[in-house]
Design a protein around this ligand. Structure first.
Ligand SMILES: Nc1ncnc2c1ncn2[C@@H]1O[C@H](COP(=O)(O)OP(=O)(O)OP(=O)(O)O)[C@@H](O)[C@H]1O
Length: 271
């Protein structure tokens, strides 16, 4: 029996502006994410990935409207932010109030979601779940006292407080150094496994998609060009643009793996 998707997007159209000067941003988009599944949404800048996430969260910016289609999260057309779906973004430091401690952020989120229980106990449990060994020690700290990687995991812990079925992760590793990227991805993967979380992962980085995704969806100019199992995409993309993306990814990796021209010259100059 097929499992009902946590996220179900059908025929989604998003436009900016008003007639007759509307600009289509997303056109006829359809995608779904099942419990415990990671769907990587990939594509060049401006293809509509972030706008799609914002539409799911009912957080479209002023001037941008949904003109067609359905978005359902756990079967509901009206998403309860933090309860049905939560979102983490790149540049986590921008998501925190600089003059509020970690404890303060948890208290505010617990209150905002109307959750019972002691906020500090919830905070410690949530921080332990995202891999902090001594979670209680983080509570009195201010955001500037944590690294970007730590802040991203605190953000994930806050996102999980309301036990959402869906996580929208929009470039969650973009501003992090390599060890912090690895840790954030491990953390998302662990949450997916332990909670059966459905994850829509927006990324430019095909290595991130390869590492985490069960399926890949490729967008360009607001349209979905192909979607399918990640293994099949990395083996043989179906669309021309998918092939271009993958070729660019391999070119970059080959360039990084090859000795730099300067290193090659230095070697050549050796006696
Ligand atoms: N506030 C806004 N009002 C109108 N159009 C916008 C607004 N914000 C973004 N856009 C446009 O919407 C389109 C889709 O942008 P979106 O941010 O979803 O792209 P993206 O695929 O997420 O790109 P990136 O990877 O760079 O984040 C772009 O053409 C962008 O210029």
């Amino acid at each position: 029996m097929a499992t009902n998707p946590v996220l179900d997007v059908e025929g989604l159209d998003l436009v900016a502006g008003r007639p007759p000067h509307e600009t289509p941003l997303v056109h006829s988009l359809g995608l779904s994410v099942a419990p415990g599944e990671v769907l990587a949404l990939i594509g060049e800048s401006g293809s509509g990935k972030s706008m799609t996430c914002l539409a799911v969260m009912d957080l479209l910016p002023p001037g941008v409207r949904q003109t067609a289609g359905h978005i359902r999260v756990n079967g509901r057309e009206t998403v309860r932010r933090g309860r049905d779906a939560a979102m983490v973004l790149q540049n986590p430091s921008s998501c925190f109030d600089p003059v509020m401690t970690v404890r303060g952020h948890f208290r505010e989120t617990v209150r905002g979601l109307g959750l019972g229980g002691a906020p500090d106990i919830r905070a410690v449990a949530a921080l332990a779940e995202v891999g902090f060994d001594a979670p209680g020690t983080l509570l009195p700290l201010y955001p500037f006292q944590l690294s970007g990687g730590m802040l991203q995991r605190v953000m994930l812990a806050l996102a999980m407080l309301g036990d959402p079925g869906l996580l929208l992760a929009d470039e969650p590793t973009t501003d992090l150094d390599m060890p912090a990227q690895a840790k954030a991805l491990e953390c998302i993967d662990a949450l997916r496994r332990s909670r059966g979380l459905a994850v829509l992962l927006v990324t430019h980085d095909l290595s991130v998609a390869a590492r985490l995704a069960d399926r890949v969806a490729v967008m360009r100019h607001g349209r979905l060009l192909e979607t399918g199992p990640a293994a099949a995409f990395f083996e043989a993309p179906q669309s021309d643009y998918g092939r271009t993306l993958l070729a660019a990814h391999y070119d970059l990796h080959d360039a990084l793996a090859a000795p730099s021209p300067r290193a090659a010259n230095d070697q050549g100059a050796r006696p």
